[in-house]
Design a protein around this ligand. Structure first.
Ligand SMILES: CC(C)(COP(=O)(O)OP(=O)(O)OC[C@H]1O[C@@H](n2cnc3c(N)ncnc32)[C@H](O)[C@@H]1OP(=O)(O)O)[C@@H](O)C(=O)NCCC(=O)NCCS
Length: 156
């Protein structure tokens, strides 16, 4: 299976926050943002594998600043690492300033997706081609997280 760079699966989505996306205080409801995070990262996973992938885990989800009704929200998803049948994907949620277009980070998360074969069982993902020091570092950090998680599972 040929290795693929993260640029081939990089995904960007734009959403407008409408009243139906908000909570009682007029800011975006967390569950709506979580659903957008899941959609954006699932598209990146599907682009990398070319087949159906399911969400196995979402880690480190952090809401850093409120998102208001009327805000334009940009979500980006980029592969951090590809393992045997799973991938870790980083998602950023940013609000675009109405006048300048400058973006500010409002939420981020890491999602793990598993590639499924026609039989519905986990099947191999293409390796991730890391192309610079930064990408090597991000992939190594993801591998370390996976190693720690698996070690914790073995002892629990
Ligand atoms: C995710 C799922 C397919 C894994 O199936 P499984 O039989 O447990 O598979 P395995 O134990 O062989 O693990 C397969 C891969 O998933 C990874 N994985 C499984 N559970 C995981 C978890 N909770 N967190 C992170 N990775 C996980 C394993 O590390 C392994 O990765 P690797 O092959 O790259 O090493 C299965 O648990 C499932 O179907 N979960 C429900 C998914 C779902 O409905 N999502 C919401 C809708 S999309």
């Amino acid at each position: 299976m040929d290795a693929k760079p993260s640029s081939e699966s990089f995904t960007e989505m734009t959403e407008l926050v409408l009243p139906q996306h908000t909570n009682a205080i007029g800011t975006a409801f967390g569950g709506v943002i979580m659903s957008w995070i899941d959609i954006c990262s699932s598209i990146a996973a599907k682009r990398h594998c070319g087949s159906v992938c399911v969400t196995a885990r979402v880690d480190a989800l952090e809401f850093k600043a409120p998102i208001k009704v009327g805000d334009v929200v940009s979500l980006t998803a980029r592969l951090n690492a590809a393992f045997t049948t799973s991938m870790e994907i980083a998602v950023r949620v940013e609000v675009e300033h109405a006048v300048t277009g400058a973006r500010s980070l409002c939420a981020d998360a890491r999602a793990t997706f598993v590639n499924l074969g026609d039989d519905g069982k986990p099947c191999p993902v293409p390796p991730l081609l890391t192309q610079n020091e930064d990408e090597h570092r991000v992939a190594a950090q993801a591998a370390e997280r996976r190693k720690r998680r698996r070690a914790a599972e073995r002892t629990s």
